[in-house]
Write a new protein. Structure first.
Length: 398
């Protein structure tokens, strides 16, 4: 892939994250209209809508593309709905890009929105013994916070990470989120406040773990010729979308799976699943981690953010906490991570979060991120992961 395969981000829009007590369609419609206004386009110019599906809102969640098209007003646009858990937004962007590059559509609206349940996510009702997510709840009782805690303990055992290191991640992200008008939590946090919050899954405390939120994000994507014809001579461009799956044998436990593959007959792959997600994006874009200006990563917990530093190649294995302590990943550092505030400040709105990451890259690369602005930002990457082996990474450039 090269610049000849770029598509343009003509518009980006968000509905603020929080707990608003309304439906996901309303949130997504607000974000879509904001993205259209940012693009300077009327809804009638959109030729395709790709909706990132939510399955907790009843039947309409399964037809999110058509649901948003109906809410905006039927005008004949093609519709598509994708569901890939937390990677839904990246797959929606990838689908839109494929439609644009194939000539199926010139202008595509990508929308993701959610009205999340209170507490942690759990499988829907009913018996599904062939569903690994259902099994890990029913057989192991392993809620999401339990899974986050296991990953934190693994880092402590392998690399010597400490609870103070985990707290530093929250402090960093809260400081950035305090500057973001779309974030749910807009308050700086101290390490002492993290330490004083309730233990949820040892060693992680309440402020180490992201919340579940309502929210929405949308993008207006188009071909480069269309963007130039619309007056956008130098738009933010999406250069790579990685949605790879793990490689057999998968030797690192990754819930909802409750066992690893055997490596007796086949050698383990050179790269772990999450590392391979980023590598595929780098290879497609023709860049490396040394080219990055910033990154938006999937900080379900503070410990998981440290893991992403290493998976993205920002540092070597076991060096994530050191990179954090040096200030390299904070605003003003060498490669700020989660300049938006991350999920620590937003919480999870599952179908929207990978799209929201690209909205943040768009603002940063445009130079319109205000007090969060990364000076001279030219290249950004997102990293996300959906259950069941859904990779998610997007590289944007300008």
């Amino acid at each position: 892939m090269s610049a000849t395969h770029d598509i343009a981000v003509l518009g980006a829009g968000l509905h603020p994250w929080g707990k608003w007590g309304r439906g996901f369609v309303e949130y997504g419609t607000v974000a879509a209209r904001a993205a259209l206004a940012d693009a300077g386009l009327d809804w009638s110019a959109v030729q395709s809508v790709v909706g990132a599906g939510t399955v907790r809102g009843g039947y309409p969640g399964y037809v999110a593309g058509a649901t948003f098209a109906r809410a905006l007003g039927w005008q004949g646009a093609r519709v598509t709905t994708v569901y890939a858990a937390c990677a839904s937004g990246a797959q929606a962007i990838g689908t839109a890009r494929a439609q644009i590059l194939s000539g199926m559509a010139e202008v595509v609206l990508v929308v993701g929105a959610d009205a999340a349940p209170k507490g942690f996510f759990a499988p829907a009702g009913g018996d599904r013994p062939d569903d690994p997510d259902w099994l890990r709840f029913r057989v192991l009782g392993a809620t999401n916070p339990a899974y986050f805690g296991l990953y934190a303990r693994r880092r402590m055992a392998l690399y010597g990470d400490t609870v103070d290191d985990f707290a530093r991640v929250k402090v960093k992200n809260a400081a950035a989120g305090a500057l973001n008008p779309y974030a749910r939590y807009r308050k700086a946090v101290t390490a002492e406040e993290v330490a004083a919050s309730a233990v949820v899954a040892d060693p992680l405390r309440l402020l180490d773990i992201c919340a579940t939120s309502d929210g929405a994000a949308a993008l207006v994507l188009c071909g480069m010729d269309y963007a130039r014809g619309h007056g956008a001579a130098d738009p933010v461009r999406i250069r790579a979308v990685s949605t790879v799956t793990p490689t057999y044998p998968n030797t690192v436990l990754d819930l909802p799976d409750i066992a690893t593959d055997s490596a007796l007959a086949v050698e383990p792959p050179q790269h772990s699943f999450r590392t391979s997600v980023a590598r595929a994006a780098y290879e497609e874009a023709g860049i490396g981690p040394e080219d990055l200006s910033l990154a938006e990563v999937y900080d379900l917990s503070t410990a998981l953010e440290l893991q992403w530093y290493e998976d993205l190649g920002l540092c070597g294995a076991g060096e994530g906490a050191k990179l954090l302590r040096e200030g390299a990943t904070a605003l003003g550092g060498r490669v700020p991570v989660n300049a938006s505030g991350g999920l620590a400040s937003f919480g999870e709105a599952v179908p929207a979060q990978a799209i929201a990451q690209v909205c943040e890259l768009t603002r940063q690369l445009r130079g319109t991120a205000g007090e969060r602005q990364v000076p001279g930002a030219r290249v950004g990457i997102t990293a996300n992961q959906g259950l069941f082996g859904h990779g998610s990474s997007v590289i944007a450039v300008r």
